[in-house]
Design a protein. Structure first.
Length: 347
């Protein structure tokens, strides 16, 4: 009954702006069905976001395709528990029986006050008909009916059409992450170390965790706070890191600027020896912005001369302007900016 009532509300909602579209079982919006929609939605996402998927996104897409082969079994197992409803919840838009649009709606906290909207995708040949807007309206209605207070989503800055859509639906920007890439490694010397510069081990995760948390503004803390689990590496992962270093696949460098009380800045460099891009994680306390970024970046680039001349990538908050300027001074160039937006449901 609940699903039927929501579907009726959906039809009334969708009919308003696009009355010329016919709502039937084969046309219009309906709830996502794990059993029959997993595979077509995976292909829709692959088609819609061909040039936007990062390595994590591509890995998630591969997992979705694998799971789609077992979609019938997954639906049967989920029938009794409903544990996957929040993972695969959402709606699809169907045109003559074919899935041409999708929106995923997931609970983002255990209380259900924040919900994440993702995978807003429309097949290229069906764009310009208002399908994305109608799917978004249905997603917001679903969050409202579920008692949610906030809807949160992420969109790439270069996707002007989607950004304009979300702003027209009263979403506000609360943060952004810039991905930078260095294609050609410059020849640099090891910098003169500043006082407190030293290496640290994976076991010293607590000061790095506290440092990373200090960089988050209030909105970032509210939406996706730093988790201890992201820094407290279990023993099996530490053993794997050691193994890959022994066999020569990858080496991890950890360096920090440490005072008597805490880490003022830190860097983790994932240097590849076989294939793939090198990666840098960089943290600096906001009150120290502009003081350590150049020295740490120069140290990392000098260390990479012992490794293959692969590209180097780093992700940094858009608010960390001193860090962005330091990286660009060494030749890094922004590749994309991922914007986080939110909307209060009762607005």
């Amino acid at each position: 009954m609940v699903v039927a009532r929501r579907l009726q509300q959906t039809m009334a909602l969708v009919d308003a702006p696009r009355g010329q579209l016919i709502r039937t079982e084969e046309n219009g919006v309906r709830p996502f069905d794990i059993g029959r929609d997993l595979r077509p939605v995976a292909e829709l996402i692959a088609d819609a976001f061909t040039n936007e998927l990062d390595p994590r996104g591509k890995a998630a897409l591969r997992e979705m395709r694998i799971m789609s082969r077992l979609s019938g079994l997954i639906k049967l197992l989920n029938r009794g528990t409903g544990e996957l409803d929040d993972v695969f919840g959402g709606f699809v838009w169907v045109d003559r029986g074919r899935v041409v649009g999708n929106v995923t709606v997931q609970r983002a906290d255990k209380h259900g006050s924040r919900w994440q909207i993702a995978n807003v995708a429309v097949a290229p040949q069906h764009r310009g008909r208002g399908i994305a807007r109608m799917l978004m309206r249905q997603a917001l209605e679903h969050v409202d009916l579920s008692g949610g207070e906030w809807a949160v989503l992420q969109v790439y800055e270069h996707n002007a059409v989607a950004l304009k859509l979300y702003e027209s639906l009263d979403f506000e920007q609360i943060g952004a992450t810039v991905t930078l890439r260095l294609d050609r490694l410059p020849r640099v010397e090891r910098p003169e170390p500043v006082p407190g510069f030293s290496s640290f081990s994976a076991q010293q995760w607590l000061p790095v965790y506290e440092l990373a948390a200090s960089q988050l503004n209030g909105h970032a803390q509210w939406w996706r706070p730093v988790r201890r689990a992201d820094f407290d590496m279990p023993l099996d992962q530490q053993a794997m890191e050691w193994f890959w270093q022994i066999v020569g696949r990858r080496r991890v460098y950890r360096r920090c600027i440490q005072t008597s009380r805490r880490f003022e800045a830190a860097l983790v460099l994932f240097a590849q020896r076989w294939s793939g891009a090198h990666e840098i994680d960089l943290w600096v306390r906001p009150e120290q912005y502009g003081r350590y970024e150049a020295m740490l970046t120069q140290w990392a680039l000098a260390a990479l001369w012992e490794h293959p001349r692969a590209p180097v990538t780093v992700n940094l908050s858009r608010e960390h302007t001193a860090g962005l300027e330091a990286l660009e001074a060494f030749g890094f160039r922004p590749q994309r900016t991922l914007i986080t937006m939110r909307r209060r449901i009762d607005a």
